[in-house]
Design a protein around this ligand. Structure first.
Ligand code: SF4
Ligand code: SF4
Length: 227
C-alpha cells in the first residue's frame, strides 16, 4: 500500500514495512498463541506430521466458562523458535503473522507500544513514530475471520475434542468459504464495521485518532491494494 498521510499528522503504512529486528522476543514472552483449524493443518503439513499428531503434541485446549478454544503454549519460548528464528515461518499461525498488529484491527503505533508486553521493550515497535498507523493485509484478515468462524462452529459441535472427520470437514469448509466471493463480501462488511467501532484513540489528545470518513478511506486503500 502506498503511504497515506492523514491531516498532515498520521502516516498510514503497510504492515510489511514494519522494521522487525527478528529478535525473537515476541515468540517467548507471551503465554499462548491462538490457533485456527487451518493453522493446525498448515503447520502439521510443514512439519510432515498429521493434523492429529500436531494436535496431540502442540495444541492446548483452553476452556473458559464452558467455551473452548485451541491455542499453542509458548510460555518460556515457542517450540518452533530456534536461534531467534521461526522454523515454520511460512506456515506460522494467523495470530503470529499479524504481530505486532492486533488480530482484528489496524493500530496506532503509540497504542501498540503501550499494549506491548512489559518484557518486550526491545521490540522495533518502540522505535516507530507515535503517529504511525500500521495496517495489516486486509484480505488475509478476511481469511482469518472466516477461519475463526469455522473454528467456532467446530468448537460448538465438538467442544475441545479432536474429531478426525469434523476437523477435515472444518478445514475444507474454511478453504471453500475463503474462495466464495459472497462470503468474503459479508466478512468485509463485518471488518469495516469493526474498524468503525474500534478507532484508536490518540493518547496525546484523548480524541479518536481518525474520523469515520478517514477510516473508510484507509479501508478503501487497503482494498485497492488487492484489486
Ligand atoms: S510459530 Fe513461529 S512466529 Fe509463532 S510463536 Fe512460534 S516461533 Fe514465533
Ligand atoms: S519482538 Fe518485535 S522486533 Fe522482535 S521479532 Fe518480535 S516483532 Fe520483531
Amino acid at each position: 500500500m502506498d503511504e497515506l498521510i492523514i491531516r498532515n499528522k498520521y502516516k498510514v503504512v503497510d504492515r510489511t514495512t514494519f522494521p522487525c529486528d527478528a529478535c525473537g522476543a515476541c515468540c517467548s514472552i507471551y503465554a499462548l498463541v491462538d490457533l485456527h483449524i487451518t493453522d493446525i493443518f498448515r503447520m502439521s503439513e510443514k512439519l510432515g506430521i498429521t493434523p492429529k499428531e500436531f494436535f496431540e503434541k502442540y495444541v492446548q485446549v483452553i476452556e473458559k466458562d464452558g467455551a473452548y478454544t485451541f491455542a499453542m503454549n509458548i510460555e518460556g519460548g515457542c517450540k518452533f523458535l530456534k536461534d531467534k528464528k521461526c522454523t515454520i515461518y511460512e506456515a506460522r499461525s494467523d495470530f503470529c503473522s499479524f504481530y505486532p498488529n492486533s488480530h482484528s484491527c489496524f493500530d496506532l503505533s503509540q497504542v501498540q507500544k503501550k499494549e506491548m508486553k512489559p518484557g518486550n521493550p526491545g521490540c522495533a515497535a518502540h522505535r516507530q513514530p507515535d503517529d504511525l498507523i500500521l495496517v495489516p493485509d486486509l484480505e488475509r484478515m478476511v481469511d482469518s475471520r472466516i477461519f475463526y468462524m469455522v473454528k467456532e462452529t467446530y468448537l460448538a459441535q465438538y467442544g475441545g475434542v479432536y474429531d478426525e472427520e469434523g476437523m477435515k470437514a472444518a478445514h475444507q469448509k474454511g478453504l471453500s468459504q475463503i474462495a466464495n466471493p459472497r462470503m468474503r463480501n459479508i466478512v468485509h462488511l463485518q471488518v469495516m464495521t469493526e474498524f468503525m467501532e474500534n478507532i484508536p484513540v490518540d493518547e496525546k489528545t484523548g480524541e479518536p485518532a481518525l474520523t469515520k470518513d478517514e477510516v473508510k478511506m484507509i479501508y478503501q486503500k487497503m482494498r485497492e491494494n488487492h484489486s
